[in-house]
Design a protein around this ligand. Structure first.
Ligand code: SF4
Length: 315
């Protein structure tokens, strides 16, 4: 949850949150941007008020973990310093890229880029290298979604997830084509000149990860990460979203979409307008979506509609 400190008045006993303020964030994420295309007001209220993880979200992360484990054990470390956090992050990107090069597939790959001039951080569910025409290879991005029901997703759900996939595509393309550079990475994370893993971090790492850090310093590893990104095969314009049932994990629906530069730019121009405070948050495109929303009590759109209905009834 991102809560702007300025929104909270510490002097009062009861903290008051001004819901008209656009929350300040250090970076965007593909999920946040995608959620703007579901209901921007819902995202706005979630950032201000926080949200308890739903049953669907918990099952979703379990399924993602299972998928990640299919390619090897998941390494989890507890880090207590900024430096270790950064080293663990670089190491994670490096090892996930190695998996992609060695096995033609990787899962839960962290990526960084920019949407217009705002930094954006995300984790891609899956990238696979596939054979394409005339011995060329192409990378295909896939996102996995979980569903409570076995029905196909609605247009709005597909639209939100297609946006998320397009943001991933844009970020990988920029890393491949050096539009997002190692210098930008260092600037964003304020990477110190000296970066040495602590004993606490090293003790938690499996031997093969320790070996990587023995052979290369974190700075050298970061250089390697950016070199690998540059050498990756080109991206397929086709993007896939696989919808799995929450209980039996059967595939309920497979959606395909294509990256389209012009429409992507138009969509991002609109999305960024909110973060820059150029406009207030939009309401959801369909009223049925409010039935599944936790924020009806705080949503000005919902309350206005509710009051209007009441007035019409009383007439
Ligand atoms: S009640 Fe409806 S319009 Fe309001 S935040 Fe929720 S989904 Fe969006």
């Amino acid at each position: 949850m991102s809560k702007d400190k300025n929104l909270v008045n510490d002097e009062e006993e009861e903290t008051e949150i001004d819901l008209t303020i656009i929350p300040s964030i250090k970076n965007l994420s593909p999920t946040k941007i995608a959620n703007q295309f579901w209901c921007e007001m819902q995202l706005h209220l979630k950032l201000h008020l926080g949200m308890e993880p739903t049953e669907e979200m918990i099952t979703g992360s379990e399924i993602h973990r299972n998928l990640e484990e299919e390619l090897g054990p998941v390494v989890e470390v507890v880090v207590t310093t900024f430096e270790d956090n950064l080293i663990a992050y670089i190491l994670q990107i490096y090892t996930k890229l190695q998996t992609l090069l060695n096995r033609n597939i990787t899962r839960e790959l962290p990526v960084i880029g920019k949407i217009q001039d705002i930094p954006c951080l995300g984790i891609i569910d899956q990238i696979e290298i596939e054979e394409a025409e005339s011995d060329n290879k192409k990378m295909v991005i896939t996102d996995y979604k979980t569903r409570k029901s076995k029905r196909a997703p609605s247009y709005e759900q597909k639209r939100r997830n297609r946006i998320q996939l397009q943001v991933y595509w844009h970020m990988i393309r920029d890393l491949r084509e050096k539009k997002f550079t190692i210098e930008m990475f260092k600037e964003y994370f304020e990477v110190p000149e000296e970066l040495v893993p602590s004993d606490e971090l090293l003790q938690q790492l499996p031997d093969e990860h320790k070996e990587i850090l023995e052979k290369s310093s974190p700075h050298q590893l970061l250089e390697k990460v950016f070199s690998i990104f540059k050498c990756l095969p080109s991206l397929s314009n086709e993007l896939k979203a696989i919808y799995m049932h929450q209980i039996d994990q059967q595939v309920v629906f497979a959606d395909r979409t294509y990256f389209h530069e012009e429409s992507f730019e138009v969509d991002m121009e609109w999305a960024v307008g909110y973060w820059k405070g150029e406009r207030t948050p939009n309401e959801c495109p369909q009223q049925w979506m409010c039935k599944f929303c936790q924020f009806t009590d705080n949503c000005s759109y919902f309350l206005k509609r509710y009051l209007n209905k009441k007035e019409t009834k009383n007439k």
